[in-house]
Design a protein around this ligand. Structure first.
Ligand SMILES: Nc1ncnc2c1ncn2[C@@H]1O[C@H](COP(=O)(O)OP(=O)(O)OP(=O)(O)O)[C@@H](O)[C@H]1O
Ligand SMILES: [Mg+2]
Length: 359
């Protein structure tokens, strides 16, 4: 959650307008694009707040960066959160026929239309750059049905780059051509919003010269500002202003002990959210030891506690940096350990556990 949301007035106005139109029976889809940390999820959260004001239900279906995530993962999550209406759309088993798939798509359409009566419905499919091809195909099919419904579909994604776009790169051109789809491309915050966010993050009595330099280097990327502000608090900012967001994020782990890093590297393989008992099972460490490491990570601002046993990385890039920095063989090895622990803990029903963590 964003403690103080700044700017984005124009984008929010467009999205709220689409929300009001959807509620009145003229549904549609908006795709919000932008680089990591630019504020896509935060913008979607602001829109979800607006929907709540209008008593319009909102459900989230984030895609996840995990090899082996089940097909249609973002959709199945959104459908689950629709309750009864969503339960009637059954995902076809892997390898089933085109007919089964077609029926599933039809059932999803019907479930959405039902759930959208009478107050409308907002569906947020976050992080579509990680979505599987089936989910994107379903999104494309749904967009053609939206105009006659009370559904507003909001998708977010990082633009594919350098030929490494995965399924999204393939589907995006067609999605953007759909008549019901409009696009919001998020750029950096403007100078005034950047300064206002920065001052709220670091407090008003900071060296004005430093604030100006941070503002210039940030290109208005809010996550960069959050990260730099965290470094400023640790008084370890020197030399970091010219670094990329990824490098700054990487440096955030510099103060952590080896023991904490070991636990966090396992957590990074599990996902943005993770369970203490699961980490203990994977690492073979006592729960108390895992908690010591997590307390340390919390004090460094790397991790937040959600409930008694659930924790999460303070933002997605912290997890990604740890994950990407693992050598391929170690990543594979950790994936196997995670899978084995899930299998044991969930008594042969791993999906139950995965559903438990997601979002
Ligand atoms: N408009 C805003 N006002 C204040 N803070 C913001 C704003 N937008 C983003 N932030 C801050 O920046 C952080 C990153 O934003 P967010 O998670 O929305 O980025 P994102 O585009 O979804 O990134 P990713 O591609 O990694 O999912 C947020 O946690 C929040 O602290
Ligand atoms: Mg996001």
């Amino acid at each position: 959650m964003v403690p103080f949301f700044v700017g984005r007035q124009r984008e929010l106005a467009r999205l709220k307008d689409a929300l009001v139109r959807a509620r009145a029976g003229k549904g549609g889809a908006v795709l919000v694009s932008g680089e990591a940390g630019i504020g896509k999820t935060s913008l979607a959260e602001e829109l979800a707040k607006a929907a709540a004001w209008m008593e319009m239900p909102a459900v989230w279906g984030p895609a996840i960066e995990a090899a082996g995530a089940p097909p249609f993962w973002p959709w199945t999550q959104a459908l689950r959160r629709l309750g009864d209406a969503g339960r009637q759309a059954e995902v076809p088993a892997f390898g089933e026929s085109d007919t089964a798939r077609f029926r599933f798509f039809e059932a999803v359409g019907a479930a959405l239309r039902r759930a959208a009566e009478p107050h409308g419905l907002l569906i947020v499919l976050d992080d579509l750059h990680w979505a599987d091809a089936g989910s994107l195909r379903l999104l494309q099919v749904m967009t053609s049905e939206l105009p006659g419904s009370r559904v507003l579909l909001l998708g977010t994604y990082r633009p594919p780059s350098g030929g490494e776009g995965g399924p999204l790169a393939e589907y995006l051109p067609a999605l953007l051509r759909e008549r019901a789809v409009s696009r919001v491309a998020l750029e950096g915050l403007d100078a005034a919003d950047t300064e206002s966010l920065l001052l709220q993050l670091v407090g008003p009595d900071r060296d004005a010269n430093l604030v100006r330099r941070v503002r210039e280097h940030s290109d208005g990327n809010p996550l960069y500002l959050v990260e730099v502000a965290a470094s400023m608090q640790a008084d370890a900012l020197r030399g970091r202003l010219t670094m990329s967001l990824v490098d700054i994020t990487r440096k955030r782990f510099a103060g952590a002990s080896e023991a904490a890093l070991d636990v966090l590297r396992i957590a990074a393989v599990v996902g943005r959210e993770f369970d203490v008992n699961l980490l203990s099972a994977i690492t073979g460490l006592e729960v108390g030891k895992v908690l010591d490491s997590l307390d340390e990570a919390i004090s460094l601002g790397l991790v937040q506690q959600l409930d008694l046993v659930t924790y999460r990385f303070a933002h997605g890039l912290l997890r990604e940096v740890l994950y990407e920095d693992l050598p391929a063989t170690e990543r594979a090895n950790r994936h196997m350990r995670v899978a084995a622990a899930i299998e044991t803990l969930s008594d042969g029903k791993p999906e139950a556990l995965i559903y438990g963590w997601a979002h």
